[in-house]
Design a protein around this ligand. Structure first.
Ligand code: PRP
Length: 181
């Protein structure tokens, strides 16, 4: 069900645009002479992925996995399910994992383990949002957009019960009216 009240703006479209451009410039510098593959985690990363790849001035490849840990709950179920796996081989490739948000870190910890089993040449993480001090990550985040407080965020790809993904900015919802899914 769609929350009754709409989200309040937390990060504007222009601020996101500028930061994603900077992240793309960093990746361009770090991967000179390489052809990295951007690996987006669906669904939440689809807009960030589209903007990030266009901010990188290199020949890049893209692929997607779909994972979910929230179901229809606001808090993670603790079980990460792969709904859609990679379609390309990433063995000996330079992989950049693209995430919209790192909340508990559970998804990333789980997925990185399974990606490493495929023996990429290198693996780095680009995350637009990281919840400040909340996550329990076992891996560094090389490219981070914004650190945020522990608020429920929607927009720019992120949803609440399948609503708000197409907002061009990032907003917050009161926790009692927000359900991830
Ligand atoms: C969200 C988000 C991340 C994950 C982060 O996905 O896109 O993948 O949760 O949370 P964590 O750090 O606590 O694991 P979600 O399961 O809501 O699926 P979606 O991307 O399809 O909306």
């Amino acid at each position: 069900m769609k929350p009754e009240r709409g989200p309040e703006e937390l990060i504007s479209a222009m601020t996101i645009h500028n930061r994603v451009k900077e992240m793309g410039q960093m990746i361009t510098k770090d991967y000179q002479g390489e052809r990295p593959i951007l690996l987006g985690l669906l669904k939440g990363s689809f807009i960030f992925m589209a903007d990030l790849c266009r901010s990188i001035d290199l020949d890049t490849d893209v692929d997607f996995m779909e994972v979910t840990s929230y179901g229809t709950q606001q808090t993670s179920s603790g079980i990460v399910r792969i709904v859609k796996d990679l379609t390309e081989s990433i063995t000996d490739r330079h992989v950049i994992l693209v995430e919209d948000i790192i909340d508990t870190g559970l998804t990333l910890n789980h997925i990185i383990g399974s990606i490493q089993l495929k023996k990429p040449a290198s693996l780095k993480v680009a995350a637009l949002l990281v919840k400040y001090k909340k996550h329990n990550l076992q891996y560094p985040i090389e490219y981070m957009g914004f650190e945020i407080e522990d608020r429920f965020v929607v927009g720019y790809g992120m949803d609440a019960s399948h609503h708000f993904r197409n907002l061009p900015w990032i907003g917050t919802l009161d926790s009692e009216q927000s359900v991830r899914g």
